[in-house]
Design a protein around this ligand. Structure first.
Ligand code: NAP
Length: 548
């Protein structure tokens, strides 16, 4: 099969590769697979020493996903789906990392990769219509297309506090966790952050350490995970449903199996609402959040109602202890359930009932700096710790690409552009940056609110099909028009601004990174709707994208 490189008209430069892909996570592996299958010459880079992406980097204690194993899957091979038999409903990190290694082995994907190598520079050459891409290892390659599968939560906020480098013990960001086991015995451990990550760390190490100091700033609404083991027979049954499930996740609001199915919150009596909440609560999944009622995201009364339900459940688990309830349960005035990412947890709240777990309230006094022996608060209190765990999150959505020197037309810088205003065309490209394709960047569901495997595969398929079409037409350059991008941003904002999410500070809004322009990262029109819009653009031969 002819490659796009071979089809390139003589006046454009002839790149070494049709495409350079960044990342060997869920998206990068599939992107590499798809382009290779389609006969493109692909070069892929990965900063880690092996495949896995999120599941390579986030090897902290307790790491696991909260999409069910039957939907956290690739859909391009039923055989592959049948072969890999997850052992539980929500498998832990080691199993997911092994699964991605299995996928790479099965399709011989590693041969396309250079590992332990970070892309640092990507400049577009308008004359030659190609990207020149350099790495931290001194390699420079050229490619017609530059495809980012760098992940939405892969730029960790590591250097959070002054003095971190003076700390005498070990300090880890959860997304840079070492491969060797950590000996917790006899240790006082500080954990900063109680997002989904900090929660998993706290619930996992509380019983292993001598003393745990949890630095809590914003408490979370949490749901207890129901995580049964899966037998081989259980999995064989799931395999029977492969085709239906594959179709279903593509059309739901969040890319999960479940969807809003209870009608309007307003049409239900309080008792009916309660029964619905209880039903999902028992399910022990994110269904309470993502399928109880759509109004949970948009309507103050519905939000208040479900929030109080979750608060009540949390109070019970904390034995109604006034101190713990005060510190660990969001107040009605804080924010509503689900306007923040909802963590699924396993005995997280119960960890605080242990005598060796102490809460350090960062709202009463903020963390000032790290000292050689611990953490100093603004009020002067020093918390001595032997190990400091930073579960402090990520520069989400835009961070991974902004940390690369990406330059488009006229040398414009993506970091500078996104530093002023984070805009994309449907999350698959950016005006001013021809032949750049993106996944898991802002203004698409894959930026935050989605079962990631569903949304990443959809974007990779769209990009791959687009590249095949361009090759068929002999087109060497594609770029979203300004008008198309403007219209998408406007559409995104209209939907976003109708939700309560925009009123809550969190990484969803970029407010966890100082100076980051505020905009809801995730497209919230629904995964099925987003897919439909992407398909429509493709069906109209990439209407809204200029080609030459
Ligand atoms: P995160 O949700 O952004 O949480 C960061 C935490 O660090 C917050 O509690 C934040 O407090 C705290 N923090 C940051 N700076 C601080 C400071 N100066 N002082 C005190 N506290 C500070 O990050 P994350 O927990 O890593 O989670 C990110 C996302 O990864 C999740 O929302 C989820 O989408 C994904 N994830 C998924 C799973 C899963 O599938 N089960 C597991 C882990 C992570 P404030 O809120 O007050 O800023």
């Amino acid at each position: 099969m002819a490659t796009a490189t071979q089809n390139a008209p003589a006046q454009t430069g002839t790149p070494q590769y049709d495409a350079v892909v960044i990342g060997a996570g869920v998206a990068g592996l599939y992107q590499t697979y798809r382009l290779n299958e389609a006969g493109f010459k692909v070069k892929s880079f990965e900063a880690g020493s092996n495949v896995g992406g999120t599941w390579y980097w986030n090897r902290y204690p307790g790491a696991r996903f909260d999409s069910e194993a039957e939907i956290y899957q690739y859909w391009f091979s039923k055989d592959m789906y049948a072969q890999w038999k997850p052992t539980e409903r929500f498998p832990a990190q080691p199993e997911t990392e092994q699964w991605l290694n299995h996928v790479a082995d099965l399709h011989d994907l590693r041969k396309h990769y250079t590992f332990s190598t970070r892309v640092t520079v990507a400049h577009y050459d308008e004359t030659k219509k190609l990207w020149t891409i350099s790495t931290d290892k001194g390699e420079t390659v050229t490619a017609r297309f530059f495809i980012s599968c760098a992940g939405m939560l892969s730029a960790p906020l590591e250097n959070r506090f002054p003095g971190q480098d003076t700390f005498k013990g070990r300090v880890f960001h959860t997304a840079r966790w070492p491969k060797e086991a950590i000996d917790w015995t006899g240790k006082t451990v500080g954990v900063v952050g109680t997002g989904a990550t900090g929660i998993q760390v706290i619930q996992t190490i509380a019983s292993k350490v001598t003393k745990l100091k949890a630095f809590v700033r914003t408490p979370q609404y949490v749901i207890p995970m129901n995580n049964p083991q899966y037998s081989e027979a259980d999995w064989d049954k799931k395999v029977e449903g492969f085709e239906d499930l594959k179709k279903r996740v593509q059309s739901t609001f969040s890319g999960f199996e479940y969807d809003f199915a209870n009608g309007s919150w307003h049409d239900k009596t309080p008792a009916e609402r309660r029964a619905i909440y209880e039903h999902y609560w028992k399910d022990g999944s994110l269904a309470l959040w993502l399928s109880a009622f759509p109004e949970v995201f948009t309507d103050e009364a519905a939000s208040a109602d479900i929030s109080e339900f979750v608060r009540e459940k949390m109070r019970e688990r904390l034995n109604n202890d006034p101190y713990l309830c005060e510190k660990l349960i969001p107040k009605p005035s804080d924010y509503g359930f689900g306007t923040h990412r909802v963590p699924l947890e396993s005995k997280y709240l119960e960890a605080y009932l242990r005598p060796n777990v102490e809460i350090v309230d960062c709202r009463e006094s903020a963390i000032e700096r790290v000292l050689p022996n611990g953490v100093q608060m603004k009020d002067g209190t020093v918390h001595e710790v032997d190990i400091l765990v930073l579960a402090t999150g990520f520069d989400a959505g835009s961070g991974a690409l902004s940390r690369i020197d990406v330059r488009g037309r006229g040398g414009r810088s993506l970091k500078e552009d996104w530093g002023k205003d984070i805009r994309t065309a449907m999350g698959v490209g950016v005006h001013g940056y021809p032949n750049l394709f993106t996944t898991a960047v802002p203004l698409a569901p894959s930026a935050a609110l989605c079962n990631m495997t569903t949304c990443l595969q959809q974007q990779v398929d769209w990009i791959s099909n687009c590249m095949i079409r361009l090759r068929d037409k002999g087109v060497t350059e594609i770029e979203p028009t300004k008008e198309f991008e403007d219209a998408w941003v406007q559409h995104h904002d209209e939907i976003a601004n109708a939700t309560l999410i925009v009123k809550t500070d969190s990484w969803y809004m970029g407010s966890n990174v100082e100076g980051k322009p505020r905009r809801l990262l995730s497209y919230c029109g629904g995964v099925g709707t987003y897919r439909g819009k992407c398909d429509e653009v493709a069906a109209k031969d990439y209407e809204g994208f200029a080609m030459s």
